[in-house]
Ligand binder design. Structure first.
Ligand code: NI
Length: 431
């Protein structure tokens, strides 16, 4: 597969993060022009973050092109330097996996996946393997290419170096989304020297490692990841909008199963509520369709559903109070008091505990295939060392998580029912 057809003329995409994205291969160009890949233009990269950072409207289409471009640059550096540890025949499977790794994301995937039994990686593999335009383009190159790309996505591919290009603690996916999300949210942290990192990556005994002199660029990358998680991805306003969104889907599903007649329910949405989505339904389901449904549902007879949709569309989100520790007894007391005051605690109180490890030496509690190998430095004499053993900065954030409990609730409703709440609960929520 090393002799893939080149385009007669190189194609170029203008991109705000990488300036230009270059496509030389007919295979990549044809994949970009499939309807399944074009669908990613209709799915936002950051879900509901646009309600917090108004610039965050960028799509999974632009991110996917970016991951492809970073992977292309890494491979081109390996090839230019003639590193013997890079398996040259893996170039196309790597580029395809990079380009297509997010193909199965649906509308607001991170929220929707928690309500319905959906997993975007599974849908990515279905788009690769079933009767789709993407599948036809891949099979034109070789019958087993769809299966090989799917194996990289599932992390079962027999060349781990290909998996680590697309999915590791320092992979093309993360490098692109950190830079892209920082750019579009407009935050000042989150940047690092991508060109420098790409120059110091080395293929080594089936892994990708970092030349020791590049350690400081990696420190910068890990700090930026740490900052982005706490300042952008876990922003409490974004979490609040995700909670409302989950509750819209949860309420709609509950109503559907009770036999409620919706005034508006396009077929893919109906199939979603039934947990019976076909690949064609899933293909049609995008954020525009979900939002159109929310607009229609603001007039539904069910007050809970219409109220949740109004909150989401008009950005009247839940407020939150913070607790340092888990306190099940207190939470139970709050739920009882909410119910006694006429609120619906299963919809009007949500306890959230955002959690992420910026870097981990190893994660023994993760399921097999889930753990990410450590970042290794390659010394002058070809010895390998785990990076937190060399860097004080990385050691200080290794295994670190700053999670606090946030209790989200509708402040306006709580105030309206305040006279029915116990004084201790009123004091806790400040109403
Ligand atoms: Ni991605």
């Amino acid at each position: 597969m090393t002799q893939e057809h080149q385009l007669p003329e190189e194609k170029v995409f203008k991109d705000p993060v990488h300036k230009y994205i270059y496509v030389q291969d007919e295979l990549i160009w044809d994949l970009i022009n499939t309807k399944e890949f074009q669908r990613l233009r209709r799915i936002r990269q950051l879900g509901t973050s646009y309600l917090t950072f108004h610039g965050a409207e960028h799509s999974r289409f632009s991110h996917s092109l970016g991951v492809y471009e970073i992977t292309r640059k890494i491979i081109s550096q390996f090839e230019r330097n003639g590193y013997a540890d890079w398996p040259r025949e893996e170039k196309y499977v790597s580029l395809c996996a990079a380009l297509l790794h997010d193909l199965g994301h649906g509308p607001f995937s991170h929220s929707i996946e928690q309500v319905f039994d959906l997993h975007h990686e599974g849908w990515t593999c279905r788009f690769l393997l079933e009767d789709t335009e993407v599948n036809r383009v891949l099979r034109r190159v070789s019958e087993d290419l769809p299966e090989r790309v799917a194996a990289v996505i599932r992390k079962t591919y027999d060349k781990p170096i290909v998996i680590s290009l697309v999915s590791s603690q320092m992979d093309a996916d993360r490098m692109d989304y950190l830079l892209r999300d920082a750019y579009f949210t407009g935050v000042n942290y989150g940047t690092f020297d991508l060109e420098r990192i790409l120059r110091v990556l080395r293929p080594h005994q089936g892994k990708i490692v970092v030349k020791e002199s590049g350690m400081h660029a990696v420190e910068d990358y890990l700090m930026s990841r740490y900052q982005m998680y706490w300042q952008v991805y876990f922003h409490p306003v974004t979490r609040s909008s995700e909670i409302i969104l989950r509750q819209i889907f949860r309420r709609a599903k509950e109503l559907y199963h009770e036999g409620y007649r919706f005034t508006y329910l396009p077929r893919p949405m109906q199939r979603l509520l039934m947990d019976e989505l076909s690949l064609q339904d899933y293909f049609l389901l995008d954020e525009a369709m979900a939002q159109t449904a929310f607009i229609q549902w603001t007039e539904e007879a069910d007050h809970l559903l219409s109220d949740l949709c109004l909150r989401f569309l008009h950005r009247r989100l839940y407020k939150y109070i913070t607790m340092d520790q888990e306190d099940e007894a207190l939470w139970h007391e709050i739920r009882c008091d909410f119910a006694a005051a006429g609120l619906r605690p299963e919809y009007h109180l949500e306890i959230d505990f955002p959690f992420d490890l910026p870097y981990d030496v190893y994660q023994p509690d993760k399921a097999e295939g889930e753990e990410k190998p450590p970042i290794l430095l390659l010394g002058m004499n070809h010895q390998l060392s785990e990076i937190s053993g060399k860097s004080d900065i990385i050691r200080s954030i290794t295994g670190l998580h700053l999670g606090k409990y946030h209790l989200y609730y509708p402040d306006d409703l709580l105030r309206a029912h305040a006279n029915k709440l116990r004084p201790s609960i009123r004091e806790l929520f400040g109403v």
